[in-house]
Design a protein around this ligand. Structure first.
Ligand code: HEC
Length: 117
């Protein structure tokens, strides 16, 4: 009986959360809202706005999450990314990593590039 009550409560909370996410309200921020600040450099489609910014689209989600955790802790050092990563919770990192990983990527090898390109 208790379990059923708990399950009903959990389902209710989930529904509320889903509603908040759809409405774009914090704290249940949508992946797109969380990723909005990233678009300036990494592109709204995750494929980067300039060669100096890595593409995130289609990358393994656990690689992206690891990178973000390392920027946050300082293990991987980059002044720009440290500032962004420090604002992210573990949940944010999971959401962002899966969001970018699910985007169609344009990752390729260097066979189409001239040397120094
Ligand atoms: C002002 C530009 C800028 C913004 C905005 C920005 N980044 Fe970055 N990001 C960079 C740069 C530059 C690097 C490469 C840093 C390095 O050499 O480690 C990077 C690297 C990364 C990497 C590692 C990629 C790899 O292939 O190793 C991830 C993941 C990442 N950013 C995620 C994000 C997320 C998520 C956001 C938004 C919360 C964001 N970035 C916002 C500039 C930016």
């Amino acid at each position: 009986m208790n379990f059923i009550r708990f399950a009903a409560l959990a389902a209710g909370l989930f529904a509320i959360n889903a509603f908040a996410a759809e409405a774009g309200g914090a704290p249940g921020a949508t992946p797109a809202a969380l990723a909005a600040p990233c678009a300036a450099c990494h592109g709204a489609d995750g494929n980067s706005t300039a060669p100096i910014y890595p593409r995130l689209a289609g990358q393994y989600h656990d690689y992206l999450a690891q990178a973000l955790r390392e920027y946050r802790s300082g293990t991987r050092q980059n002044a720009i990314m440290a500032g962004f990563a420090k604002t992210l919770s573990d949940a944010d990192i999971n959401i962002l990593s899966r969001y970018f990983a699910a985007m169609p990527g344009k990752l390729d090898d260097l066979s189409h590039h001239e040397q120094g390109d």
